[in-house]
Structure formats: C-alpha cells, structure tokens
Design a protein around this ligand. Structure first.
Ligand code: DAH
Length: 346
C-alpha cells in the first residue's frame, strides 16, 4: 500500500511540473484528487484493512492528499501570475489605465460642526472632556439647582431609563443637556478649570422643524479666581466672530437658567440681512445662538468650591442649530433622517 502511494506521488507531481495553464491544472486536479482518482480509491479501500494497516496507510494517504492540495494551490498561483505577466507583455492588460477611485466616506455634518466649534475653544485654552449619555437625575437636575418640583424641569422633557432604585424611584435618564458634566468635572478637580463638553443630548419631543429628540450640545465652563461676566462676554463674542465672521456684532440679554446667576441669552446680528430684518431672523435683525451665565454660588458650594473665592461662567449651545444658522437649513430633522441627498452636501 505504501509503495502504491509512493508511485502515485511520483506520477502526479511529475505531471504537475510541466503544466502551464489553468485548464490542464483543473484536469490534473480531477485526475489526482477527484472522486475517481486512484488516491480517493485508496482512501475508500482503507475500510477493509486491519486496524494496524489502516493506521499506517491512512496517515500516509491523507498526508499525500494534503501534499497534492498544497502543490495544486502553489501551481495555481504561479500559473495565474504567469498569465497576467504575459497579458501585460502582449498589451492585453493596460496597466497605464487610470484606476477606479474608491468611494470615500465623509464626516456627518453635525460632527464637522462639532469639531469646528471645539477647535475654536481649544485654541482659547479649553480642554475637551466627554461624559456619559446615560446620567443620574442628580447630575442632570438636582446638582444644577433644579429640584424635583422645580418648574424648570418642564424645560427639559426627559427620557427616563427603566431602572428602579432601592427606594423605588427612577433616578436614571438620558441626559437632556451637557450641563451635568459641570458637576462631574468640578467634583473631581480643583480650580482652575476650563473645559468644553461636546455630546449628544436627548429629549422627549414631538419633533418638528426646530425640535428633534436627539441633538448635539457643547457645554463650556471656566472657574477660577476673578472670573467675571466680562470674561464670559469676551470669550463668547470672540467665538461668534470666529464662527460667523469678523464683522458680527453680538449682544447679551437677561435670561433664566437655574444654574447660573445672572443668566443671559446671547444673540448675533443677522448675517443674512446684516441686522435690517429678514426671514432668518424673523424680522428682528438678531439671531439667538446660546444660553450662558455666571455659575450659581449654590452650584459651586455643592461641589465644594468656595463661592467667596471662586467664580466662573458657563454656556451651552446647540451644534445642529449653529450649522442650521450658518448654512440656512430650515429643518433639524434632516440631520438624523439619513437622506444622502442632504448629507452629501457637506
Ligand atoms: N443646558 C441648557 C439647555 O440645555 C443650556 C445652557 C444654558 C447651558 C445656560 C449653560 C448655561 O451652561 O449657562 O438649555
């Protein structure tokens, strides 16, 4: 039996050597590895042998099959390469043809805007820190001066997580704003802090052209000794100029957010009509771009910062809103409806 295998080996490998095309190679495969090949017959015949013979011949036959398969693969590769080389030589394949351009993806418009805004603050010395999308009620509301029965909770329509605490309450939620990171960062550091927090926010909204149930925000805050409203104004006015153009004017007006005092709403003069009034600015000449204020002393106290020593400012802005303003997009739902006709424009 072993002799027979030796003969098969010699014959097959001898034949293989002189083959130089794929169809002869296929015929060789059928002849030496196919169902009717001598080697397959040997493998089938093993069943009738004694246990000892089966062990010896079986191993040798299987080894031979592996050898044939490996040699076949090598030869296939070599024949293919030779054929390509020949095709190039005879001009059947023209290697000077321009290649096919791969389809390149791109960043989502929200991501592009997020990075552009972040870069502006990074050059001003802010550090980027991200936080969890799933948050505790404490960080999202209580620590920011929004206790359970405070009417301000109405401003943040919340998606609650189905998680029951030991006391039977449901304190886990999808963050409605990025402000909770003010607390997390201040709890873990001493001043000075100068941080921006980009991240996704979620609200239980009836969606329409200006409301979406998920969107990006960038929260920013700086706490140190001697920080005043003038620092806030300087920082944000500079930001607005860099994002919307040097000639932009900006204004602060009083607004209310529970975690700042005083709180402001910032607007820039409309870059479409230069302040004379148009559809984009609803005829007012001004466009609101963000909320901000001086960090409330109670918030500082809660994280162990002495409000007699430290002061700080905070602001929060909507990333999609900035891009909508800049590019005249009139429906926020376009951002997350995966319509390539929209996405390809960025
Ligand atoms: N968190 C607010 C919101 O989602 C935005 C905001 C307003 C953030 C004023 C601030 C701030 O830090 O000072 O509507």
């Amino acid at each position: 039996m072993i002799d027979r295998l030796g003969e098969l080996r010699e014959q097959a490998l001898g034949e293989l050597e002189s083959i130089d095309n794929l169809s002869d190679l296929e015929a060789w495969r059928v002849r030496h590895l196919g169902r009717k090949s001598a080697l397959t017959q040997v493998l089938r015949g093993l069943a009738g042998l004694s246990l000892e013979e089966k062990r010896a011949s079986g191993a040798a036959a299987n080894e031979l099959r592996s050898l044939f398969e490996a040699q076949l693969a090598l030869k296939q590769e070599a024949v293919r390469e030779a054929e390509i080389a020949q095709a190039i030589e005879t001009g059947r394949i023209d290697v000077t043809l321009p290649g096919r351009a791969p389809t390149l993806g791109r960043l989502h418009p929200s991501t592009q805007m997020l990075r552009q805004i972040s870069d502006i603050f990074i050059t001003m010395g802010f550090e980027v820190i991200e936080g969890p999308d799933v948050e505790w009620e404490y960080y999202c509301f209580d620590a920011l001066n929004i206790p359970p029965d405070h009417p301000a909770r109405d401003m943040w329509d919340t998606l609650w997580i189905d998680f029951e605490a030991e006391d039977g309450r449901h304190p886990m939620l999808l963050r409605t704003h990025t402000s909770p990171m003010q607390i997390r960062v201040m709890e873990s550091r001493r001043p000075p802090v100068r941080v921006i927090v980009p991240g996704m926010c979620y609200r239980y909204e009836a969606t329409d052209a200006t409301h979406e149930s998920m969107f990006y925000q960038i929260e920013g805050f700086a706490v140190d000794t001697n920080i005043t409203l003038a620092d806030l104004k300087g920082t944000l006015f500079e930001f607005a100029k860099r994002l919307f153009g040097k000639e932009r004017k900006a204004r602060f007006r009083c607004d209310y957010f529970p975690f700042v005092e005083p709180g402001v709403e910032m607007a820039i003069d409309c870059f479409l009509c230069n302040g004379s009034g148009c559809q984009l600015c609803s005829g007012t000449g001004w466009i609101e771009i963000l909320g901000a204020g001086m960090v409330h002393p109670d918030v500082l106290r809660r994280v162990g910062y002495d409000p007699e020593v430290y002061t700080g400012f905070a602001f929060g802005l909507g990333v999609e809103r900035m891009l909508m303003l800049k590019r005249g997009i009139d429906d926020i739902r376009l951002f997350y409806s995966n319509d390539l006709r929209f996405l390809r424009q960025f």
